[in-house]
Write a protein that binds this ligand. Structure first.
Ligand SMILES: *[C@@H]1O[C@H](CO)[C@@H](O)[C@H](O)[C@H]1NC(C)=O
Ligand SMILES: *[C@@H]1O[C@H](CO)[C@@H](O)[C@H](O)[C@H]1NC(C)=O
Ligand SMILES: *[C@@H]1O[C@H](CO)[C@@H](O)[C@H](O)[C@H]1NC(C)=O
Ligand SMILES: *[C@@H]1O[C@H](CO)[C@@H](O)[C@H](O)[C@H]1NC(C)=O
Ligand SMILES: *[C@@H]1O[C@H](CO)[C@@H](O)[C@H](O)[C@H]1NC(C)=O
Ligand SMILES: *[C@@H]1O[C@H](CO)[C@@H](O)[C@H](O)[C@H]1NC(C)=O
Ligand SMILES: *[C@@H]1O[C@H](CO)[C@@H](O)[C@H](O)[C@H]1NC(C)=O
Length: 482
């Protein structure tokens, strides 16, 4: 069994790939039924899914008393990995783990070999997973690896760390943005039973597993009281569902037994996508970035860098201002009819035409589906399609280069990755942006706190010295950005 792909991934690859024909057929039938029964256009077909996708943004509980606000010491991470994959996944975890600041453990399937010892001080403290073969034998469980992963919740809890408000579980091939987890979890009431996670980007995986589960590779959080209630009979719960072959689904079943439903957070990214995900990362919603999963499966996120360099590069921006990381800000420059879209700390796009915000918020479909040739629709969001050969729709693409912290503002710089190779957009006046080689973004040093509304920006220079300079500011009441 391939233990390199923990949590949902393993199950996903084993089953989705192998039963592609069946699931494809099921989806196709569901599609036909939905369409014939409702006899309505595709936007209505999506509405139940959209409801699920967004329902919890309204259910965020009022913040707990500010005198006692959640900080990093209240979080305990339970990271589940395997020895085989650790040699290269170590770099992912060490990119975000802060020794003696972040608390938690890494659970490996077997004891580390000599070359991994002494255990790196930059890695989370090591634990070896419990032997769960008794539970598997007794219940005839179909998925021992999945039992091990769910059982890790109990093993983290059993460590008995003091002052814990949240247990955050995740995979060894995920990048976590810890400051943002702290800010997001602080909005929830940790004294209640709370289960926080994210959906897959792929409709088919949500459909095939569950629209109500947190995709665990990307990380999910359990409030301490919920975890305490779960571990009282976690082994019993594991034995009650021996036929479930996904750790995330088993977790959901065990949470559901306590009457608790998923609260979804849009910054948790399972990344059930393949290839170049730059289009996806360049249209991030107004939610703090919490995690990026499946780093081994997608292309490196920056051009001319490998995966580890890419992660460390993104972390430079994360260190300067995690609150804004990836969040999309759009502004327009009337004298040239340009639209600018910035994914803070990651990319900047210049379009030679004034394009509606609603359109620019759709990710450019630079990525591919996880499985080959599924029936559409594929994603839980709308996309813009390639090929990007129309000079009025194709962006000039710039990627994050550097960040500087000044006294009262932060300057992040984005450089052109390659020439666009297209003529100017004629319909909007032939204002070519070919000569722009850099985009500079000036943003406040203060943390971005307002959720749900983007910041506004002004273009303060549109081309002197081949640099476009953009300044972020709070939007005014009633300001229309178009
Ligand atoms: C802070 O929160 C903890 C855990 O919820 C609680 O036990 C403690 O009484 C709180 N302290 C204050 C000063 O509110
Ligand atoms: C976190 O908050 C607790 C109070 O709940 C406090 O004792 C502790 O010093 C704080 N830790 C950090 C790292 O701010
Ligand atoms: C973490 O704390 C331990 C014990 O307090 C100390 O020996 C170690 O040097 C610290 N590690 C780092 C990276 O600060
Ligand atoms: C940036 O500089 C300001 C002022 O010097 C400081 O308050 C802030 O903490 C710094 N931020 C980072 C991320 O270094
Ligand atoms: C901007 O584009 C519109 C057409 O969409 C055109 O009428 C207008 O002249 C252009 N403005 C400039 C400054 O080129
Ligand atoms: C833009 O340039 C093209 C080709 O040079 C020309 O045909 C077209 O009329 C120009 N459009 C405007 C609005 O100037
Ligand atoms: C701006 O770019 C053009 C073309 O790429 C180049 O010829 C010119 O020297 C650049 N100007 C500056 C000030 O960098």
């Amino acid at each position: 069994m391939n233990t390199k792909l923990p949590f949902s991934t393993l199950h996903f690859t084993m089953n989705l790939f192998k039963t592609l024909a069946i699931t494809g057929l099921v989806l196709y039938l569901a599609y036909i039924i939905f369409f014939t029964e409702s006899n309505c256009p595709s936007s209505d077909f999506f509405s139940p899914l959209q409801h699920i996708f967004t329902q919890n943004s309204q259910t965020i509980l009022p913040p707990p008393p500010t005198s006692n606000t959640t900080n990093v010491s209240h979080l305990i991470f339970g990271l589940v990995g395997s020895l085989n994959a650790w040699w290269h996944r170590k770099a992912y975890i060490e990119s975000w783990w802060r020794p003696n600041v972040t608390r938690g453990y890494l659970f490996l399937d077997t004891a580390p070999t000599a070359e991994l010892l002494p255990w790196s001080a930059a890695s989370p403290p090591l634990r070896v997973s419990d032997d769960i073969s008794g539970i598997v034998r007794e219940s005839k469980h179909v998925a021992p690896v999945m039992v091990r992963m769910v059982h890790a919740i109990l093993e983290v809890f059993r460590e008995g760390d003091q002052g814990v408000r949240w247990i955050v579980m995740g995979d060894d091939d995920s990048i976590f943005f810890v400051d943002n987890w702290v800010d997001v979890l602080a909005k929830y009431d940790h004294t209640k039973y709370v289960y926080i996670g994210g959906h897959s980007e792929t409709i088919l995986s949500n459909f095939y597993y569950s629209f109500d589960q947190g995709f665990g590779g990307a990380g999910f959080a359990l409030s301490y009281p919920l975890a305490a209630a779960m571990v009282k009979d976690l082994e019993g719960c594991l034995k009650r569902y021996p036929y479930l072959n996904s750790a995330d689904l088993i977790t959901q079943y065990c949470v559901d037994e306590l009457g608790v439903s998923l609260s979804d957070e849009r910054g948790i990214h399972q990344i059930d996508l393949k290839g170049d995900i730059s289009g996806f990362l360049s249209s991030h919603p107004q939610s703090p970035l919490l995690s990026l999963h499946h780093f081994d499966v997608v292309d490196p996120i920056f051009p001319a860098m490998d995966r580890f360099q890419s992660v460390n590069h993104l972390m430079k921006a994360a260190k300067a201002d995690q609150s804004r990381l990836l969040q999309q800000t759009i502004c327009y420059h009337r004298p040239t009819n340009w639209s600018l879209s910035v994914s803070w700390g990651y990319s900047a796009h210049i379009y030679e035409k004034v394009l509606p915000r609603s359109f620019l918020k759709r990710p450019l479909e630079t990525f591919r589906t996880w499985i080959k040739k599924p029936h559409p629709p594929h994603y839980m969001f709308n996309t813009r399609w390639p090929p990007f050969s129309d000079p009025c729709d194709a962006p000039h693409v710039f990627f994050f280069q550097s960040v500087e912290n000044e006294t009262d503002h932060i300057v992040s710089t984005y450089v052109r990755s390659s020439p666009r190779g297209l003529p100017a957009c004629s319909a909007s006046g032939n204002h070519s942006a070919d000569f722009i080689s850099r985009v500079q973004v000036v943003s406040p040093t203060t943390k971005l706190v307002e959720a749900g509304r983007s910041e506004c920006c002004d273009i303060v220079h549109a081309g002197d010295n081949n640099v476009t300079e953009i300044k972020y500011r709070a939007c005014k009441d009633d300001e229309i950005i178009a």
